[in-house]
Design a protein around this ligand. Structure first.
Ligand code: SF4
Ligand code: SF4
Ligand code: SF4
Length: 304
């Protein structure tokens, strides 16, 4: 059977991408915040051996594709997935699956990255699945400035930071300073027998907090978050623009929602978020993201 372009397109929006040079398809299965349960992995194996070619391929955005599915088996594969808490998708001009680093368990992680990614998945990957945007919108969540999964190269990136608070009166000027030893960027140094942290060099990675045996360096506050907007990497590249201040946890989702609303209202067809930001001006966009005007017009913007 020769497939028509309509048939190929009709399944693309449901997460099935044609395998190059064949009439077979890869079904993209999206994990909730990049986490699969053991049961889901077991069922994915059954799915792959029943409907595909027995392989499971990890994508660069932490989804799993089941390749080799014949066109006439796609509906059956979808029915199997629906019955086993598996979800095909992750394509199109809308919010894409959230990619996240292993910050929940990583020794450098400043917060529970998977918990945040799951919240975003529920509210925006699923919650906005019917909302058409000018282009795809990728979201990345990272636990610290090590940037293993590159939040700054996503349309919207979140990165956890923890600033140190130094109490010089508690510093004893040890022969080997545990804080100086651990600082990855040389921002913490012993100077004239006392620890000094240079604010202009400190990247608030949080590695040193609590490492002084005499309690001289604690965390300044709860984890704060760097938000990057408009990052892209590929045919065109653009480093995400960091918002001018770190934000608190409860600010993240409202700023993300305002970013989506702004993009929906202002982005031109097939224009990525970063391009739209450069066209309009970063300061204008940032002002809109720190204001509540977009949220007040939410229904109006979504109805367009
Ligand atoms: S970005 Fe930080 S928290 Fe995330 S995996 Fe890398 S080192 Fe760990
Ligand atoms: S910060 Fe702590 S470990 Fe470093 S020199 Fe001072 S007392 Fe010693
Ligand atoms: S928070 Fe990170 S960069 Fe800043 S002083 Fe501590 S270890 Fe160095």
């Amino acid at each position: 059977m020769k497939l028509t372009s309509e048939q190929i397109l009709s399944v693309k929006g449901r997460g099935f991408l044609r395998n190059r040079g064949t009439d077979l398809f890869s079904g993209r299965v999206v994990a909730r915040g990049s986490v699969f349960t053991a049961e889901q992995f077991r069922d994915l194996s059954i799915l792959a051996s029943t409907y595909g070619n027995g392989k499971l391929i990890c994508t660069s955005r932490l989804s799993v594709e089941v390749p080799g599915i014949p066109f006439d088996q796609i509906e059956a594969a979808e029915a199997f997935a629906a019955a086993h808490d598996l979800h095909f998708g992750g394509t199109g001009a809308k919010v894409r699956p959230v990619a996240v680093c292993k910050g929940s368990t990583c020794v450098f992680g400043n917060f529970d990255t998977h918990a945040l990614a799951q919240k975003i998945h529920d509210a925006y990957y699923l919650g906005w699945s019917e909302v058409k945007l000018p282009h795809k919108f990728k979201i990345g969540v990272g636990g610290c400035p090590n940037s293993c999964m590159k939040p700054s190269l996503n349309d919207f990136g979140v990165e956890g930071h923890k600033a140190p608070r130094l109490d010089p009166t508690l510093c004893r000027g040890c022969k080997e300073c545990q804080v100086e030893k651990r600082c990855p960027v040389g921002a913490a140094t012993l100077t004239d027998g006392k620890l000094v942290i240079r604010e202009d060099a400190c990247i608030s990675c949080g590695v040193c907090t609590g490492k002084c045996p005499f309690g001289a360096v604690a965390a300044e506050s709860e984890t704060l978050y760097r938000i990057y907007i408009g990052g892209t990497w590929g045919k065109t590249t653009r480093m995400g623009s960091p918002l001018s201040r770190l934000v608190r946890e409860e600010e993240i989702l409202p700023i993300l929602e305002k970013s989506l609303l702004w993009f929906k209202e202002n982005g031109l067809p097939k224009e990525r978020f970063g391009k739209a930001i450069d066209r309009v001006g970063l300061s204008v966009v940032e002002a809109a993201l720190f204001d509540d005007g977009l949220l007040a017009r939410r229904e109006e913007i979504l109805s367009k």
